[in-house]
Design a protein around this ligand. Structure first.
Ligand code: SF4
Ligand code: SF4
Ligand code: SF4
Length: 257
């Protein structure tokens, strides 16, 4: 519901708020990341799916996945306002401006304007702890698995903003679930999430390893070729991954941080 008159007070993403950090309570214990009665933080925003269901159902191609960056964008001139994208998104991300005379579909666009100029998304730039990192998907996946493999209680210099920024936050390694959400879920997402508590408790849906789009359109993506299953794991850090795109035919890799 939110507080009336305050534009960014919504409890979930909204037409004005493309990202929400939610405090998830599983009980009354003042312990972070305790799945039986503690609390955790969860970042909610567009996952920039590999085969986006929103794009698949869009009858006018207003939603597009950039072939180089993988960013899922929306074109105001092409949109007819049918809202099929809202119904199709497994993460309930697209929001519609019901109150506007010329309503728009609103969601995170992975700061494509900043990325186009060689920058990084605002959420990654301003995150002081490295909980949100931006970079190529393959490198971030490697970093996620590296953290998962670290020993609980050891010290680790967590990178901040990007892997190559030079900024580091030293912290004790905590316990994480042995799973990187987004590596395969729903056919894969460009946002990768690590968590200490079950992902369903964070509000993330349990999805098959393929997208609805891949079934309905017969799409074949080679992005997971040669990848192996996650090995070990850690805590609730989140990675805003700018997935590198592999040319399906040549196998050549593109993309940039
Ligand atoms: S999370 Fe939803 S809105 Fe974002 S790309 Fe995936 S299907 Fe589309
Ligand atoms: S509301 Fe617009 S963007 Fe969404 S499915 Fe319909 S035409 Fe496409
Ligand atoms: S990538 Fe940009 S638009 Fe998306 S949540 Fe981060 S700051 Fe907001």
């Amino acid at each position: 519901a939110g507080v009336s008159g305050t534009w960014d007070s919504s409890l979930d993403t909204s037409v004005n708020s493309f990202i929400r950090i939610k405090a998830i309570k599983t009980g009354d214990k003042p312990r972070r990341n305790d799945p039986e009665g503690g609390f955790s933080f969860m970042r909610t925003a567009c996952m920039h799916c590999v085969d986006p269901d929103c794009q698949s159902v869009c009858p006018t191609s207003a939603l597009q996945k950039d072939p180089v960056t993988g960013i899922v964008t929306w074109d105001i001139d092409a949109c007819c306002g049918c809202r099929y994208c809202q119904m199709a998104c497994p993460f309930e991300i697209p929001k519609f401006e019901y109150d506007e005379p010329f309503p728009r579909v609103r969601k995170c666009f992975l700061c494509s304007h900043r990325v186009a100029k060689g920058g990084i998304p605002g959420c990654a730039e301003f995150c002081p702890t490295g909980a949100t990192l931006f970079g190529k998907f393959d490198r971030l996946l490697k970093e996620a698995k590296k953290r998962i493999a670290l020993k609980e209680g050891d010290s680790y210099e967590y990178p901040v903003h990007t892997l190559d920024s030079g900024d580091r936050t030293p912290k004790k390694v905590a316990k994480y679930l042995n799973y990187v959400y987004g590596e395969k879920d729903g056919g894969g997402t460009q946002l990768l999430i690590l968590s200490a508590i079950p992902f369903t408790k964070l509000g993330l849906p349990k999805l098959p390893d393929h997208s609805s789009a891949s079934k309905s359109e017969g799409l074949q993506h080679t992005i997971y070729k040669g990848m192996y299953a996650p090995i070990a794991l850690l805590i609730g850090l989140m990675f805003a991954a700018h997935r590198s795109v592999k040319k399906e035919e040549s196998g050549e890799e593109e993309g940039h941080e």
